[in-house]
Design a protein around this ligand. Sequence first.
Ligand code: HEM
Length: 435
Amino acid sequence: MTASNLPLPPGDFGLPLIGDTLNFFRDPNYGQKQHEKYGPIFKTRLLGSPTLFVKGADANQFVLTNDNKYFAISWPPSTKALLGNLSLALQTGGEHQNRRKLLAQAFMPRALSGYIDTVEAITHSYAQRWVQTQNLTWYPELRNYTFDVACKLLVGLDQGAQTELGHLFETWCAGLFSIPLALPWTRFGQAKQARKQVLVLLEEIIRQRQQSPDVGNDALSLLIQAKDDNGQGLTIDELKDQVLLLLFAGHETLTSAIASFCLLVAQHPHVLEALRAEQVSIGVHTPMTLDVLRQMPYLEQVLQEVLRLIPPVGGGFRKVLKTCEFNGYRIPEGWTVLYEINQTHLNSDDYETPADFRPERFAKGVRSKYSYVPFGGGIRECLGKEFARLEMKLFAVELLRNYQWDLLPDQDLSMVIVPTPHPRDNLKVRFQTYA
Ligand code: HEM
């Protein structure tokens, strides 16, 4: 039997045209509920396109190892328009491979090692401010924090969140997953306008850097000098789109990851105690290097568990290039597939009591490569994975060694999922020095 004769997966297309789009965006448990009804693969309609939701290690492996053969990256129309055509996230095939190799230079161990002092200094200065404030709404603060880190490390800009770039960037971000209707009063229209202005500011920064005798030691300096296999560098238009992508990718996801770490550790005092004990055993004044950071197995397990339980990216969209078969079902050409990171991480075959926060489950490592995919996998695996892990660790170490944070009462800790998971009331805490 050929793939075209196989049955379609079970499921329901929902309302004409919009299908189940509203439920998908509104209900954080949408995928879970549909899987309970239909099993590990189901069909529906999202944003006008017939879409298959797939979860589990086998499905992830099938999708992620067949990128370019059966599948190609796909983004909602609003995201596509706002990222720009020259962004790595939209490039495919040989062009994607070539650009990925070039951009990866900003995330090599030598580059990462050079970022440590900057991340530590920014973390320390934010934490000092939080101690002064004491009772704070943390999530917006964490957004500013990760944006400041990204701006400094990527383009050498200080206190980026307070600059015009920071304000425009927020407007741009707010339109990324919106209805693509470009009118002056729509979120998408405002985000498109913000993109134009952001690109003007980025161009100024890049041109200044190109003309300066001091090339700097941030990611931009590496990207300005980087050459691909044919000896070609990036044009200014491509540099702008790539820097914009990195600013976004490095900010939104990390804010969610760090906020989830703060929340889960505050809710599990025995984990906090063990984390602090690990810091004491290393020596709380030991300076941070990539080597020292590798000597924190418990912190490593905690961060792995945070990204399992509340993955910042819930899944990845792909367009089907060619009709194929998975698990006896037809996967038709032209449809969209969503490989679900969050649902995969809750699979009880791979994780005992999957809803519980139990960092020790990673003491023996990950059970199978594709059952744990917070950073995706295959040729489009997260380019900033090591950088993300570095920033999360440095942030955690600074807090564990010096501060105490407690959740304030009377707040809604249920999760908003779009664009990245965070507590509905923005995580209110009492923040103090740890004696
Ligand atoms: C791609 C997760 C941080 C840059 C991805 C993908 C995931 C992901 C799941 C693949 C999406 C897909 O398959 O469609 C995360 C998480 C992060 C994080 C959970 C933080 C905890 C970062 C950082 C950067 C970054 C800090 C850079 C500064 C990228 C880029 C891609 C990507 C450029 C696209 C790669 C490509 O298409 O080849 N990320 N990410 N990410 N990430 Fe991350």
